[in-house]
Design a protein around this ligand. Structure first.
Ligand code: ADP
Ligand code: MG
Length: 247
């Protein structure tokens, strides 16, 4: 085991454009093992693009991104291996609609990690237990509530034994009464030492679980500080303006 504080995700002068739009503008960011970083910022500031770049769902124009000391490969088996190390949970739960809850969680371990079905099933049931939906294992995704589906999505990501978990607004599509059941699972993961990058506007989660808050605006990192400092003493006008709108 590496000591806490070892850099795990390192972005160095990362730039990306969509046509004329400079969507990631000279992003330099290091996330250490075990760190929980909340990324916050106005709509369109580049938060999702940042997550997708880390998972190599998007290419970058220049700069480097490395995970656990390995530069991001662009394709092939090395990329598949790296993707397996980065668990991602999106706003839309996007479970496989025609597979059971259990199959949703075992598919990756069986297909990608070449686990036996028995081993994958046992591990999946443990994970479903942990996120509180083991009793739903035989159902289809559409039979579950949004909060339950999002917890299955977390279990599915964890089944690949990722070294880092990315969450892109995981509770934004949920009815209000289901938000906490998902956040509670995330707080638990954070407490267990999972390295997490979480795009969210949930201040309670940021205050409770985050080591750092990264505030983005217009493709740039404008502030990178502790949650208490960010929420109580934002420095930039952009952050003050943003916080005045959401708090
Ligand atoms: P956020 O997640 O902070 O709301 P995004 O990363 O989704 O921001 O988007 C940042 C900007 O990039 C937005 O202006 C968005 O319209 C634009 N954008 C995102 N994806 C694409 C794309 N595939 N092609 C062109 N523009 C895009
Ligand atoms: Mg987004």
């Amino acid at each position: 085991m590496d000591a806490p504080g070892t850099p795990l995700v390192v972005l160095d002068h990362v730039n990306k454009h969509y046509g004329d739009l400079h969507v990631l503008n000279d992003i330099t960011l290091t996330i250490a093992k075990g760190e929980v970083v909340v990324v916050i910022g106005p709509s369109g500031s580049g938060k999702s693009t940042l997550c997708r770049a880390i998972n190599r769902l998007e290419t970058i124009d220049d700069g480097t991104i490395s995970i656990d000391g390995q530069a991001l490969p662009s394709e092939g088996a090395a990329l598949a291996k790296l993707r397996a190390n980065v668990g991602m949970v999106f706003q839309s739960f996007n479970l496989f609609a025609h597979k059971t809850i259990l199959q949703n969680v075992t598919l990756g371990p069986i297909k990608v990690s070449k686990k036996s079905r028995a081993e994958a099933d046992a591990r999946a049931m443990e994970l479903l237990e942990r996120v509180g939906v083991a009793n739903q294992a035989k159902k289809m995704p559409a039979q579950l509530s949004g909060g339950q589906q999002q917890r299955v999505a977390i279990a599915r990501a964890l089944a690949m034994q990722p070294t880092v978990m990315l969450f892109d607004e995981p509770t934004s599509a949920l009815d209000p009464e289901m938000i906490n059941e998902v956040l509670d699972v995330m707080v638990g993961l954070a407490k267990e030492g999972m390295t997490m990058i979480v795009v969210t506007h949930e201040m309670g989660f940021a205050r409770k679980a985050a080591d750092r808050v990264v505030f983005m605006a217009d493709g740039r990192i404008v502030e990178d500080t502790t949650p208490a400092e960010f929420f109580d003493h934002p420095k930039s006008d952009r952050a003050k303006d943003f916080l005045s709108k959401i708090l």
